[in-house]
Ligand binder design. Structure first.
Ligand code: C2E
Ligand code: CA
Ligand code: CA
Ligand code: CA
Length: 278
């Protein structure tokens, strides 16, 4: 940049500088947020398509900012990934989700599976398996009620991934492939990885009624998953029409606004009696 003219330099730094100051502020705030317990989890019900009963929840992180209000992950997860803060956040998420799930079980409600999202950095961190193991011991949560959601991109380093997943499976937790159909990876991993669930990405669900090809894709994904002994969850289900099509092709579970938005723990507890009898 030094070899360029002075004016040129000034022109393109104005924006860049603004941008990086904004980012830096956000980064400092985010570091504080972790320390000050400003992160919260919201829980979105996952419902059995046959019985319409709630069988699990996905834990989704939010940032309760002291002045800006509730901030959604699309505003800070990317920055958290760039700065490495994501591993700390991710570890907090796993622990908080296990504590909360154990609390619910002790309150006497039917046991639910709780799903958490793993970031790539978290997945690649060498202590992941030990970390999960320790949290399970500490919280006394039965491992089968914890589901780790990974994405297709984590299948890229095949040998590494299969190793980690097998170690995680040995702990007794469940593994789910999130956003299925949006990654670039080959399907080879599907038959080798120790998976339990496949989540159809919401983009397929959203367009389900637009034309027959979308229905055919959904149908094919469900058949593929069932042939591999995986349960299928469709996410982003917003309409009765989408539900009907998913039901017709034997999708196992649904998650989406049709049934419930992600809810705070207390809101979830207040809504639960209704969800359990629906
Ligand atoms: P995701 O894992 O694919 O989560 C599903 C997203 O879809 C959530 O957005 C959820 O609120 C939203 N959603 C659920 N039902 C519907 C629906 O019917 N219609 C529509 N339009 N949207 C629906 P959210 O909570 O804003 O999270 C966005 C993304 O942020 C997540 O996508 C996930 O990739 C990431 N994320 C959230 N929590 C965590 C976390 O704890 N760790 C990591 N690494 N990533 C997280
Ligand atoms: Ca997810
Ligand atoms: Ca997803
Ligand atoms: Ca997604």
């Amino acid at each position: 940049a030094k070899s360029q003219g002075k004016n040129e330099y000034v022109v393109y730094t104005a924006d860049l500088l603004n941008n990086s100051i904004e980012k830096l502020k956000l980064e400092i705030d985010l570091r504080k947020a972790i320390k000050n317990n400003e992160l919260v989890l919201h829980y979105q019900p996952q419902v059995c398509i046959k019985t319409k009963k709630i069988v699990g929840v996905e834990a989704l992180v939010r940032w309760q900012h002291p002045t800006l209000g509730l901030i959604y992950p699309n505003k800070f997860i990317e920055l958290a990934e760039e700065t490495g803060l994501i591993t700390e956040i991710g570890e907090w998420v796993i622990e908080e989700a296990c504590i909360q799930n154990k609390k619910w079980q002790e309150s006497g409600i039917p046991s639910l599976q709780i799903a958490v999202n793993l970031s790539t950095q978290q997945f690649l961190k060498l202590n992941l398996v030990d970390f999960v193991k320790n949290i399970l011991v500490k919280t006394k949560l039965n491992p089968k009620y914890l589901v780790l959601e990974i994405t297709e991109s984590m299948a890229m380093d095949y040998n590494y991934s299969i190793n980690v997943l097998q170690e995680l499976k040995k702990l007794g937790v469940c593994i789910s492939i999130d956003d299925f159909g949006t990654g670039y990876s080959s399907l080879n991993y599907l038959k080798k990885f120790p998976l339990d669930y496949l989540k159809i990405d919401q983009s397929f669900v959203r367009d389900i009624s637009l034309d027959e090809n979308n229905v055919n894709i959904i149908k094919a994904i469900i058949t593929l998953a069932h042939n591999l002994n995986l349960k299928v969850i469709a996410e982003g289900v917003e309409t009765k029409e989408q539900l009907d099509i998913l039901q017709k092709y034997n999708c196992d579970e649904i998650q989406g606004y049709l049934f419930s938005k992600p809810l705070s723990a207390s809101h979830f507890e207040r809504t639960l009696p209704k969800l359990l009898t629906e």
